[in-house]
Design a protein around this ligand. Structure first.
Ligand SMILES: Nc1nc2c(ncn2[C@@H]2O[C@H](COP(=O)(O)OP(=O)(O)OP(=O)(O)O)[C@@H](O)[C@H]2O)c(=O)[nH]1
Ligand SMILES: [Mg+2]
Length: 493
C-alpha cells in the first residue's frame, strides 16, 4: 500500500509542470515533437515508478501470463513462409561465327603436324534453369515448428552458359542445359498449402515422399551468336550512301538477338501452411486418463507421461507394429495421441478447438477412460458430447473404449458397473440425438479393460484396433478421403 502511494507521488511529480525535465521538454513551436517528448517522458516516468516498486517492465508483445511459457503447441500446425526460385542463367553470347587459331598440343618437332591449328567455335552454351522450390512430405517431420525458425527459402540461380562469365555452375559447355538442384523444404504428412493473401489452395501433401512444386525456377537463357560481320558492313555502307546523298541516316541496331540470352526471372510467393495430422486412429480422453501411456505401450513412440493434466501439448504419432514382421499387405495402423480434452473443449476451453481439428483425417477413435476415476461413465459422456458438439461426424466414426488403469483395485472391483454405465451413457446419447432428429452417434465397437502399466488387455486392444482399421475399407482411404481440397478447388476445413 505504502509502495503504491510512493509510486503515485513520483508519477504525479514527474508529469506535473514542476518537474524540470518536463518543462525543458516542452518547446512551444513544434506540437508533434512536444507530443513525442511527452510520450517519452511518460514512459520514463513509468520506468522510474516500476524501478521504485522493484517490478520489471514487461514487454508489450507477450501477455504477462504467458511469459517464459513454451508456445510450441500454438505454432506447431501453422506456418507462413516465403519461397523464391532461382533466376535462369545467362546464355553464352558468341561474338562471331569464326573460330580461332590455337596451339596444337600434339605438335612434336620433326613430325608432320603444324604448330597451330584452327579450332572452330562450338555452339554457344545455354544458361542453366534456376532452381525450383519443392515442398516434400517427410515422415521424419511431425510439426511445422522448424518453419518458424526459418521463413525465407531462396533457391540458387542457374549457372551462366559461358563458364568464363563468372558462373559458379558446371563448366562443361555445349552439353544442353545443365540443371540446378532444387531447394527441398520438408513438411509433415497432412500439410495443406495455400497462397498467402488470396487463400487459394495450391495442394496438399498426405503421402510420404509426395512433392509439391511451389516456385518454378526461371528458364535459362539461350546461347546466341552475334549477327555475322557482313550485316554490319551492309549497314555501314548504307550509312555512307545516305550521307553522300545528303539523306539522314537513322542507324537501326538490332539488339534483339541479345535478349534471348537473358535468363527468365524466378518467382517469389508467400505461403500459408496448415497441418492436419494424418493418422488412422485418434486417441481422445480427459487429461490424465493415460492416453500417452497407452500410446507408449502399444507403439514405439515415447511421449511424455506425468501425473498432472495437460502433459501432452502437441499430438504424438505412433505406428503399431513398427519394426515387427510385416503383417500381410496391410499398412500398420498409425495412432495419434491428442492433448487432453475437458468439458467445454468444443467451445475452446483448455486446448480444445486447437486439437479437435486434428481428428479430421482419422478413420476411427480410441476413447481412453480412466477406470479409477470417480465417475468413468460421466468422463465418457463428457468427451462424447464435446465431440458431438464440435463435429457430429466425429461421433459417427467407429470407436473403441479403453478402460485404463484396471491394475488399480478400485477400478478392478467396479468393472462390471463401469461397463454397464458406459453402455447406458452411449444409449442415452443415441436417444437424445434421435429425439433431435440429428445423426445418431455410433455405439462403442468394444469396451475393453486395459492397463498401460501392467500390460493387461493390451493384446486384445491392439487386435481390436487392427480389426477396426481393417473394418474401414482400404479403398475409402484413397486420396479423395484424405484430401481437404474439394473438387471445385475450395478448402474443406
Ligand atoms: N496405475 C496406473 N497408472 C497409469 C496407467 N496409465 C497411466 N497411468 C498414470 O496416469 C498418469 C497420466 O498418464 P498420461 O499417459 O500422461 O495421461 P494422458 O492422458 O496422456 O494425460 P495428458 O497428456 O495430460 O492429457 C501418469 O502418472 C501415469 O503413470 C495405468 O494403466 N495404471
Ligand atoms: Mg498425454
Amino acid at each position: 500500500m505504502q509502495l503504491q502511494q510512493t509510486q503515485q507521488q513520483i508519477l504525479t511529480y514527474l508529469l506535473c509542470d514542476a518537474c524540470p525535465w518536463h518543462v525543458q521538454q516542452r518547446p512551444q513551436q513544434a506540437p508533434k515533437a512536444h507530443q513525442r517528448a511527452r510520450t517519452a517522458h511518460r514512459a520514463a516516468a513509468a520506468l522510474v515508478c516500476n524501478a521504485v516498486a522493484g517490478t520489471a517492465t514487461q514487454s508489450n508483445k507477450t501477455p504477462p501470463g504467458e511469459q517464459g511459457k513454451n508456445q510450441d503447441h500454438k505454432l506447431f500446425d501453422e506456418a507462413f513462409i516465403t519461397v523464391r526460385s532461382g533466376n535462369g542463367g545467362r546464355g553464352e553470347v558468341a561474338q562471331n561465327g569464326k573460330g580461332k587459331m590455337v596451339k596444337n598440343y600434339k605438335y612434336k618437332p620433326g613430325g608432320n603436324m603444324s604448330k597451330m591449328i584452327w579450332l572452330p567455335n562450338g555452339e554457344p552454351a545455354c544458361g542453366a534453369n534456376g532452381a525450383d522450390c519443392l515442398l516434400v512430405a517427410d515422415e521424419g517431420v511431425d510439426t511445422l515448428l522448424h518453419l518458424h525458425k526459418r521463413r525465407m527459402f531462396a533457391a540458387p540461380n542457374g549457372a551462366n552458359g559461358n563458364p568464363a562469365t563468372g558462373s559458379s555452375g558446371p563448366k562443361t559447355r555445349h552439353r544442353g542445359r545443365p540443371s540446378t538442384p532444387p531447394v527441398i523444404i520438408p513438411v509433415p504428412l497432412g500439410t495443406v498449402v495455400k497462397k498467402k493473401g488470396t487463400g487459394r489452395p495450391l495442394g496438399e501433401l498426405v503421402h510420404p515422399g509426395q512433392q509439391l512444386l511451389v516456385a518454378r525456377g526461371g528458364q535459362g537463357g539461350l546461347g546466341v551468336t552475334s549477327p555475322a560481320p557482313i550485316h554490319r558492313q551492309h549497314s555501314a555502307k548504307r550509312a555512307e550512301r545516305n550521307e553522300a546523298a545528303g539523306a539522314e541516316d537513322i542507324p537501326v541496331e538490332d539488339t534483339n538477338w541479345k535478349v534471348d540470352a537473358h535468363g527468365a526471372p524466378g518467382e517469389e510467393l508467400s505461403l500459408h501452411l496448415l497441418l492436419r495430422v494424418v493418422a488412422d486412429i485418434g486417441i481422445v480422453g480427459l487429461p490424465n486418463a493415460g492416453k500417452s501411456s497407452l500410446l507408449a505401450a502399444m507403439t514405439r513412440a515415447a511421449p511424455q507421461v506425468a501425473a498432472y493434466p495437460f502433459t501432452t501439448l502437441m499430438p504424438n504419432l505412433g505406428v503399431m507394429g513398427a519394426g515387427e514382421a510385416a503383417l500381410g499387405d496391410a499398412a500398420p495402423p498409425v495412432l495419434v495421441d491428442l492433448p487432453g480434452l475437458i468439458e467445454g473443449a468444443s467451445q475452446g476451453r483448455g486446448l480444445g478447438r486447437m486439437f479437435l481439428r486434428h481428428l479430421r483425417r482419422t478413420r476411427a477413435i480410441l476413447h481412453v477412460v480412466d477406470g479409477a476415476a470417480e465417475d468413468p461413465a460421466w468422463d465418457y459422456w463428457c468427451i462424447r458430447s464435446e465431440l458431438q458438439l464440435y463435429n457430429a461426424e466425429y461421433c459417427q466414426r467407429p470407436h473403441i473404449v479403453a478402460l485404463n488403469k484396471m491394475d488399480l483395485e478400485d477400478a478392478h472391483e467396479l468393472r462390471d458397473d463401469i461397463h454397464a454405465s458406459i453402455h447406458k451413457a452411449s444409449q442415452r446419447m443415441q436417444d437424445e440425438a434421435g429425439d433431435e432428429s440429428g445423426a445418431a452417434p455410433a455405439p462403442p465397437v468394444a469396451v475393453l479393460d486395459v492397463s498401460a502399466h501392467s500390460g493387461e488387455g493390451l493384446e486384445q486392444l491392439s487386435a481390436a484396433v487392427r480389426d477396426l482399421v481393417g473394418f474401414v475399407p482400404v479403398s475409402s482411404l484413397l486420396e479423395d478421403d484424405l484430401s481437404l481440397i474439394t473438387d471445385d478447388g475450395q478448402l474443406d476445413w
